[in-house]
Design a protein around this ligand. Structure first.
Ligand code: PA5
Length: 425
């Protein structure tokens, strides 16, 4: 389902890495490496809770005709995956299903006020998502949203429209939800935030947006089967993981994710979190960044072509984006565009990709890795998630990094809590 084209690193011999890859593959599958208590995602497609899965579908079905907007309230791994899926699969201006907007991912009062003004007269559902239940950004936004929902629908009515995704038993959010009688969905103990998109964390917002989550899970399961081999010739995710390491050893410390589809922007934001938060520790790691082409060829394109040679590109190519808009013929041709009349815009886009690859690789000497996916459908999204999860685990373990913790994130929190006067800080 995913083709990985290693035209650059294919020039290198991957065979010397086979032994370490085989060892790490066993560590991942047998859950014996660092952070092994967070490897629940590995066999999640086989073990997920079918009863809860159906409850997610039921909740979405119950609310779909009575909802204009769903506010997904969460930060980091508690919203990026859902947003990646919804935008990739449904596009940026979907004509059907409730609109999904995001809160709880900022302290900006200006933004939050805009959210509150926007939902004021709309039929609203809130899905608050927090594994710890204590994340300040999310807790503050939820308090504001809850007050609004109770004023608008009454305490009883709000209960029908507030859905809580959190730990199965612990944390203030779980206690509060039980006390108020909100319906709750579980983030499993052994799955960390940025690996949680296939749990209720991502699936509930996806279902609320009208996405077929059975198809998403089908793709996730398929990748689990396809990638259950350490063989570098057969496992493209592992090849990608190794080639990142080879490129970094050659001095490329930045990975630029590239897409030619606007609706893949959030997917790349999710990738930046997945790789940045998993790998960037102990003074190690590749800095992930992202661009949309051709849009950003008119900004960062200059740096990529001629700037300091610190980066390689990882292009996510979508074979069939799914929309067949063609360029109209214009009798007067005042803009001189008739040479493209009757051409599909996608055809123009793929020529832009071909030309850019040539410019960056041949003239700019920028290594390019190309990940080709068939489309932007639910099954493909599920497949890609597993593909990137195992690639990330492999590439981190190759660096001797625990892919599943994020100790550095605590530093800003401690300083901020002290400044906010939080008891105990
Ligand atoms: O990947 C992670 O673990 C983090 O990005 C968390 O998802 C993020 O900090 C939100 O945490 P929580 O779900 O506990 O509110």
């Amino acid at each position: 389902m995913i083709q990985f084209n290693d035209t650059y690193a294919g020039q290198f011999d991957l065979a010397p890495y086979q032994e370490i890859v085989t060892k790490i593959h066993t560590m991942i599958r047998n859950k014996t490496g660092a952070g092994n208590d967070f490897l629940g995602w590995v066999d999640w497609a086989l073990n997920y809770d079918e009863e809860e899965f159906n409850r997610i579908i039921d909740a979405a079905e119950r609310l779909k005709d009575e909802t204009d907007v769903v506010v997904v309230c969460g930060i980091g791994g508690s919203y990026l995956g859902a947003r990646a899926a919804i935008e990739m699969i449904k596009g940026l201006y979907p004509s059907r299903g409730p609109e999904i907007i995001y809160a709880g991912n900022t302290f900006s009062g200006t933004y939050m006020k805009q959210v509150m003004d926007y939902i004021k007269d709309k039929r609203t559902v809130v899905n608050v998502i927090s594994k710890s239940g204590t994340t300040t950004e999310t807790a503050l936004a939820f308090r504001i949203l809850r007050e609004h929902m109770e004023k608008k629908y009454g305490r009883e009515g709000a209960r029908e429209r507030i859905l809580v995704t959190t730990d199965k038993a612990r944390g203030v959010l779980k206690e509060f939800a039980d006390h108020e009688g909100y319906e709750t969905f579980v983030i499993p103990d052994d799955i960390g935030g940025r690996y949680s998109v296939m749990t209720a964390v991502g699936l509930l917002p996806m279902a609320l947006a009208g996405i077929n989550i059975r198809e998403v899970m089908k793709g996730f399961l398929k990748a689990n089967h396809d990638l259950n081999t350490p063989d570098l010739e057969k496992n493209s995710a592992y090849r990608y993981a190794v080639e990142r390491r080879i490129l970094q050893a050659r001095g490329y410390d930045v990975e630029m994710y590239v897409s030619y589809e606007m609706q893949m922007r959030s997917f790349m934001e999710w990738l930046k979190q997945l790789f940045g938060e998993s790998e960037g520790k102990e003074g190690k790691g590749i800095l992930p960044d992202s661009v949309i082409f051709s849009t950003d060829l008119h900004s960062l394109g200059q740096f990529i072509q001629e700037g300091k040679k610190v980066l390689f590109e990882t292009v996510i190519e979508v074979k069939e984006p799914g929309c067949a808009l063609t360029v109209p013929f214009d009798q007067e041709n005042a803009d001189g565009m008739n040479y493209l009349a009757d051409r599909r815009l996608d055809w123009v886009n793929s020529r832009a990709m071909e030309g850019t690859l040539k410019a960056h690789k041949e003239t700019g000497n920028v290594p390019n890795l190309i990940i080709t996916v068939p489309d932007m459908k639910p099954e493909t999204f599920g497949y890609m998630c597993y593909w990137f999860f195992v690639a990330c685990a492999m590439t981190c373990y190759m660096l001797n990094i625990n892919p599943f913790n994020q100790p550095g994130v605590e530093v800003y929190k401690r300083n901020m809590f002290k400044l906010l006067g939080k008891p105990g800080f």
